[in-house]
Design a protein. Structure first.
Length: 66
């Protein structure tokens, strides 16, 4: 699934709500409706502009990763 979530450092809740709505929409597919492979797949991939924000500097983040 390709998504473009809302941007902004203070929009984490909005992004979480948006992705929740996407996932809920996929789960509501019915087999009596048009076949939706995402609804029955073992894995689904969410790609696109997720607009995730880190509350640290680049150096702080790299230190945490290492």
């Amino acid at each position: 699934m390709n998504v473009h979530l809302t941007a902004g450092a203070n929009k984490a809740i909005s992004r979480a709500d948006m992705i929740g709505a996407v996932l809920k929409g996929v789960c509501l597919s019915k087999f009596t409706d048009k076949f939706e492979p995402d609804a029955v797949a073992d894995f689904s991939f969410i790609v696109g502009d997720l607009n995730a924000r880190l509350k640290s500097t680049y150096t702080e983040h790299i230190d945490k990763v290492n």
